[in-house]
Design a protein around this ligand. Structure first.
Ligand code: FES
Length: 334
């Protein structure tokens, strides 16, 4: 079997697929070579073993402790990657993964006090790090607040219970279900008041969060208001979910090579504009980190939120990361 893309050189065989909740599965992979990663990192997965579509998934296993390399995937309604991984692939099949990527890891943090804040599938790096910290940092104390829709949506439910019973003095787990919500402090959506009450020593902790972007933005605000220094706050950056922009103003996106024109809302990202119009584009991290969506703009006004993987010369030539480029006027791409 040939490597579909040089970005994903690691071939791994599916050992088992475990259903975690109604729409989340963990895929356990056997890797015959050494695969280096840090707890909390993610990898790109070649979807349908092709060079055209890749998606980023957190490695939910922990280096040095888990029997398999694992990814945990939520099935999204129109998700090409998640539907293929949760409906089509089976035990014995092969997946191709990139090297591990991402800065969201506790491996480089020296603090011993942690607050992990997760919502939904954002718990995957939190589990990877918590499992790793319990064994590799015997002094570490970890508090986990995990927001879920209801108690059937607790990803890794059994393993959380097991870890909490194994390390009762060092791991405190609080699962906050949105429903039912009887008004208890440890129920419902996270608020600043609840955070303050549930974690009175928050200023002495490093805070790490992963979940939907609006949730993480709220957390960032609460944590700052409660006096946690910015240097002690970390949040995951990549997202598997496409974003939608609503605007009454419309611009024209022209693709020169394909002689195509599309109308898209002003302010939309170039990536969203291409995907909404079913144009092929490789986008793995969707957060300006991996560089896979590099595209050349020939004309138009735009702003960028990340140019992380581009050189000065490429930026001067008009290259952008499509996922991190907001369009503000009629635009032509190569
Ligand atoms: S998808 Fe990774 S940089 Fe755009």
């Amino acid at each position: 079997m040939t490597m579909p893309t040089s970005l994903c050189p690691n071939r791994m065989q599916i050992h088992s697929i475990i259903q975690e909740t109604s729409d989340v599965w963990t895929i356990n992979l056997i890797n015959h070579d050494f695969y280096m990663y840090s707890p909390g990192q993610y990898a790109l997965v070649s979807i349908k073993n092709s060079d055209e579509v890749m998606r980023a998934y957190t490695l939910s296993s922990s280096p040095g402790q888990s029997r398999f390399i694992s990814i945990t995937v939520r099935r999204l309604e129109n998700g090409i990657g998640s539907n293929w991984l949760t409906r089509t692939v089976k035990e014995g099949d092969y997946l191709w993964l990139s090297e591990a990527q991402g800065e969201f890891t506790c491996a480089n943090v020296t603090c011993q006090q942690y607050l992990m804040l997760a919502a939904g599938c954002g718990v995957t790096p939190i589990m990877s790090m918590t499992r790793w910290l319990m064994v590799n940092r015997p002094q570490a104390n970890v508090k986990v607040l995990f927001n879920v829709r209801d108690d059937k949506q607790v990803i890794f439910a059994q393993e959380w219970q097991h870890l909490a019973s194994l390390y009762p003095d060092r791991l405190q787990l609080c699962v906050m279900a949105e429903t039912p919500d009887y008004g208890d402090i440890a129920q419902g959506r996270l608020t600043e008041e609840k955070l303050k009450a549930l974690v009175p020593d928050i200023r002495s902790r490093v805070v790490m969060t992963c979940g939907p972007v609006p949730y993480m933005k709220n957390v960032q605000q609460y944590v700052a208001n409660l006096g946690v220094p910015a240097a002690h706050f970390f949040m995951e950056r990549f997202s598997t979910e496409p974003e939608a922009v609503e605007s009454e103003n419309i611009l024209t996106l022209k693709i020169r090579q394909r002689l195509l024109n599309f109308n898209v809302p002003v302010g939309t990202t170039l990536l969203a504009a291409l995907e909404q119009n079913k144009q092929p584009v490789i986008a793995a991290c969707r957060a300006g980190v991996c560089g896979s969506c590099k595209t050349k703009i020939l004309s138009g006004n735009y702003t960028t939120t990340s140019t992380m993987t581009l050189t000065e010369a490429e930026i001067a030539e008009g290259y952008v990361l499509a996922c991190s480029c907001q369009l503000h006027s009629d635009t032509e791409i190569a």
